[in-house]
Structure formats: C-alpha cells, structure tokens
Design a protein around this ligand. Structure first.
Ligand SMILES: [Zn+2]
Length: 389
C-alpha cells in the first residue's frame, strides 16, 4: 500500500506525545490563565509574550507584528533556515471571545476526562499541540523542513488586521495547517468551510402621529418587514447559500409611525462564484413604498474554503496516519469560517480543524476531550515531518 511509504516512526511520535502530555497540559493551563479577549490588547500581548518565550526556548526565531488596536501577531520559524522545501504554515490565534474575569467563574480545570476553561478548545489547545509536536520532532531529529507558525490576535473579531499577514505568509508556504478545533466529538478535520458575509439594510420612512396624521406616515418598519421576506428568499439550500436576518430594529414608540428601521444579515456561501450572485441580489433590492428610502451596505468578509484537490490530498495523508495511530479520521465541512478561508482562497492547500476535539466553543461548557490529545498531537507531528514528501 502506498501509505506505508509515509510511515515516519509514527508510533514513536505517539509514545512521545503520551509521555509529554502532562507538560502540554501545564503549558495549556498557563496559556488559559492568561486571559486574552480580542478587545484587550494588553491581555492578548501577555499571552503572546508567554508563547513567544516558549517558541524561543525551542530554538524558534520569533517576530512580532506590532498592532495599534489589537494584540501583536506572533510569527515563529522552526526547522532549518535554508531548505529546498517550502515551509508549512501552522495557523492559529491567541485571542478568545471571553472577557477579562471569566476565569473566576469558569476556571481552568481537568475533570471527567476533559479539560475546561475559557478559550481552551478555541483554540489555545491547538497552539499547545502544535508547540508540543514541534518539540517532539526536534527531540527525535525529525524537524527537517521549515515550519512557520502564525498566531493571530483578532480572529474572533474578523481577522481584519491579521488577514494581510496571513495571506502573505501562506503564499510562501506549501500547505497550511489550521489549529482550530475539530468538527464535532468525532474529531473530523475540516476540508471545506463556507464563506461569510454581512449586510446591513437600513430603511428611512416618514414619521407621523399614529392617531392624528396616520395617512401622512410611511412606516420604515412595514417597509423593512417586506424587504425581510425578500432577503430571506435569497437562501438557496441546494447551492449552499444561506441568508439569515439575525437582528432587526426600528421605531421609537407605539404611537409613532416609524421613521427608521434596520436589519443585520449574515450570509454564507459554499462556492466563491456565488459571492457575485448574492451581491447582485442585495444591490437589486428596491423599496415597495417609494416614500421610503433604502441603504444597503456590506459584502463578503471571508471567501469560502472550497474542497480543493490539494486539501483533499492533505486530508488523505492524515487519514492514513490516523489509521496507523489506531483511529479513524473523518472529514467534514462547516458553515463556520476561520483564517483557513483566506489561505485556501489563495489556492494554498489548507487543512483545518487540526486542533483539539471537544465542544462548547464560545459557550460556558467549553471543554476538550483529553483522550484525543496525544494521538492528535502525534498526527500533527507526523504531518509536519513529512509534508511535501
Ligand atoms: Zn478559533
């Protein structure tokens, strides 16, 4: 079988990952206990500094991309400085959705075969696994190719400042491994993600007293309600297009005909070429009552990560390793976006969901399953050792 050719002493990687697990958990605990919400620059920078130190201790060459409003981005290089092989990019983020002080009510803890805490699954564990995998490869002298790790600070708020850095690095790399959590408790790697867009739809009507001047009024609420029906009709499930009017606001009092109303809309597309289709739909919206006016803003912020041949090849190789490690690795697609959307859209083979297995990301029951940590760290190490072979 062709997959034997990829065998890279994979069981020794697993043994090392098992042996190093308590060290990994200790490191993870320290990371989780440095709270790092996206909107707290100082907090994120404390976490960045802590991880940077660990990378340097492993011989990594660290570069910080300083940011004005967010935490710094951490870029670390491992492996040979000169190589004929292109690097592999390990992509992650150190920011979390959890505000400062969350730890008090939701402390880091290990219980019921799980690890709990804010940001533990999304995605500090993924970062800890990547660093553990690099350490294992170094010890076993298997770190023969260059590896770049980029840890962003604004992923949970749309990756606006990190996107250009992510894209620039990805273009120099042969493949991108995204350290986001796996899909579901079955732990699938993600080979496709939908693209994500946001539109804001605002209607201006004509206010009037609902008792005295009813006929003079033109309700922005009524107008928006009609538009919402139309916008909702943009969904095409068979094409993988969903359009969700997630919030709606409008009016001031019950006895006033509403002068203003607005809706925020989330759009997901499975194929890049549908971005233009959605855009056309939104631009073609017209008011029903021409005394009202309409403003539409927005567009796609993350292109879809399509299931490309390069990505499938990465998945197949990892599934072969997983079999050698004794488990079946599934493949999944998701409607959620990640920084992998950007790199995949550039045509760089991207495999996502290579971090921890768990549930409750962004929720108070955020936790990961301990039993998967060592095998998946070994799998990550195997993929780093042979990528490009
Ligand atoms: Zn994440």
């Amino acid at each position: 079988m062709i997959e034997r050719k990829y065998t890279y002493g994979i069981l020794t990687l697993l043994q090392a990952a098992q042996k190093d697990q308590s060290e990994l958990l200790h490191f993870l605990r320290q990371m989780v206990e440095i709270e790092s919400p996206s909107d707290d620059k100082a907090g994120v920078n404390r976490c960045v500094a802590f991880v940077a130190e660990r990378c340097q201790a492993l011989g990594g060459k660290v570069r910080l991309h300083r940011q004005k409003h967010f935490g710094d981005l951490l870029e670390a290089h491992f492996g040979p400085a000169k190589s004929k092989q292109k690097p592999v990019l390990l992509l992650g983020h150190l920011d979390t959705v959890w505000p400062l002080g969350t730890l008090k009510g939701m402390p880091f803890r290990i219980a019921k075969d799980r690890v709990w805490g804010p940001g533990v699954l999304d995605m500090k564990a993924g970062v800890a696994m990547a660093i553990a995998a690099i350490a294992i490869l170094q010890k076993q002298e298997k770190l023969t190719r260059p590896i770049v790790m980029l840890l962003n600070s604004d992923e949970e708020v749309g990756s606006t400042v990190s996107r250009p850095v992510t894209e620039k690095l990805a273009q120099q790399c042969e493949a991108v491994y995204v350290l986001e959590p796996a899909q579901g408790l079955e732990g699938a790697y993600k080979t496709a993600r939908k693209g994500v867009g946001n539109y804001s739809v605002r209607v201006q009507g004509v206010a009037a007293h609902s008792g005295v001047d009813f006929e003079r009024g033109h309700s922005a609420i009524v107008e928006l309600a009609r538009l919402v029906e139309r916008i909702t009709g943009f969904t095409e499930l068979d094409r993988g297009i969903t359009v969700n009017v997630g919030t709606i606001q409008g009016g001031t009092r019950s006895n006033v005909i509403a002068a203003e109303a607005q809706a925020e809309v989330d759009v997901r597309i499975a194929r890049a070429k549908d971005a233009a289709r959605i855009e056309r739909h939104f631009r073609s919206l017209r008011v029903f009552d021409n005394k009202c006016s309409l403003h539409v803003e927005g567009g796609l912020n993350r292109p879809p990560m399509e299931r490309t041949r390069g990505t499938v090849a990465l998945y197949k190789r990892s599934a072969a390793y997983a079999r050698e490690l004794g488990f079946e690795l599934l493949e999944a697609s998701t409607g959620g976006g990640s920084d992998g959307n950007f790199t995949s859209a550039l045509g760089v083979p991207t495999l996502d969901g290579m971090g921890a297995v768990g549930e409750g990301a962004h929720a108070t029951h955020e936790s990961l399953l301990l039993e998967h940590m060592a095998p998946r760290t070994a799998l990550l190490a195997a993929m780093l050792a042979d990528a490009g072979k």
